[in-house]
Design a protein around this ligand. Structure first.
Ligand code: C2E
Ligand code: MG
Ligand code: MG
Ligand code: MG
Length: 291
């Protein structure tokens, strides 16, 4: 009957919600212990300078290997870490490890100016000692502030705008670089670009994806590159996957690129091999191709 159907529908709907809530609860619960249980690792993705073939910078990307659920995407657990405030401790762990790893690469591979980009969440600006924490990590690891770039999204920059600007300015005065991640996707006015201490714009992957097939995306990408050049900022294209995208970006004078065409985010060990190989290749051939 209609009545029992209705009841079934209700039950199905209800259990679906319960399931999702349970899953979130399980995730949240294990996220509390993930740090001490050493379930996090950092993967690294190179940023490539297409004209020189060099890798000036790596981006640190967090990975969570859950003992039962397997590898969990940051898209799933970073929002949870933000909601619970756990991102403050996790973020500090990422920064410390990524800076130490970069210092190690600089010495081991003879790459003294290799830099590291680390993502910062909005929530991390609410911690009272963010600037001191960054300073302490740099001192501890011996990494020069000039070799650290902090990535923030437009929405992070817009949250408590004056406060966030002050903190970014302090970090910038220390010598740390600031980049705007996923540029073009946030709800923000462009005016913050003149008041914030920004060094780099990262063109969001969504624009790069259809760059060669959509005139709209090509127009937006061109505008971002022109804007960056006009403001004397560096510009990086995210999510470059094809030769066609690479070639068009080069014509548009965007030299810095990041994406699967060059490398996925890989383990520290694999990244060591990649950096070593790229340096060797450059010394031997002086060619401008990238592995
Ligand atoms: P994001 O900072 O914009 O990082 C770029 C994301 O795009 C990474 O996903 C990267 O693996 C992926 N990607 C790079 N090249 C390509 C490509 O050519 N094609 C495709 N399809 N994807 C590409 P990932 O590692 O899953 O990270 C997702 C997001 O999670 C990051 O976006 C960042 O917002 C956040 N995240 C990652 N690690 C951290 C962290 O340590 N702290 C914070 N606060 N957020 C993090
Ligand atoms: Mg990023
Ligand atoms: Mg991004
Ligand atoms: Mg993103």
């Amino acid at each position: 009957s209609a009545k029992s159907k209705g009841r079934n529908c209700y039950l199905f709907y209800n259990s679906d919600i319960t399931l999702r809530t349970t899953e979130l609860f399980v995730l949240e619960n294990s996220l509390y212990y993930a740090l001490e249980k050493q379930e996090f690792t950092i993967h690294y993705q190179p940023q490539v300078n297409i004209t020189t073939g060099k890798i000036p910078k790596m981006e640190a990307l967090l990975r969570w290997q859950h003992p039962e659920l397997g590898l969990i995407s940051p898209a799933k657990f970073i929002p949870l870490a933000e909601e619970t405030g756990l991102i403050v401790a996790i973020g500090e762990w990422v920064l410390r490890n990524a800076c130490a790893q970069t210092k190690y690469w600089q010495k081991l591979l003879g790459l003294p100016s290799l830099s590291i980009a680390v993502n910062l969440s909005a929530r991390q600006f609410q911690q009272i000692n963010l600037v001191e924490m960054v300073q302490q990590v740099l001192t501890e690891t011996g990494l020069a502030p000039e070799c650290l770039e902090l990535e923030v999204t437009e929405s992070t920059a817009m949250k408590n705008m004056e406060f966030t600007k002050d903190i970014l300015t302090e970090l910038h005065q220390m010598g740390v670089s600031i980049s705007i991640d996923d540029f073009g996707t946030g709800y923000s006015s462009l005016s913050y670009l003149k008041n914030f201490p920004i060094d780099t714009l990262k063109i969001d992957r969504s624009f790069v994806q259809d760059l060669t097939t959509s005139t709209h995306d090509a127009a937006i990408t061109t505008a971002i590159i022109t804007l960056a050049h006009g403001l004397n900022l560096a510009v990086v294209a995210e999510g470059v996957e094809t030769e066609e995208q690479r070639n068009l970006l080069l014509v548009l004078k965007c030299e810095l690129m990041q994406g699967y065409l060059f490398s996925r985010a890989v383990s520290a060990e694999e990244a060591t091999r990649l950096l070593k190989y790229n340096k060797l290749r450059l010394t031997n051939s002086k060619s401008c191709l990238v592995a």
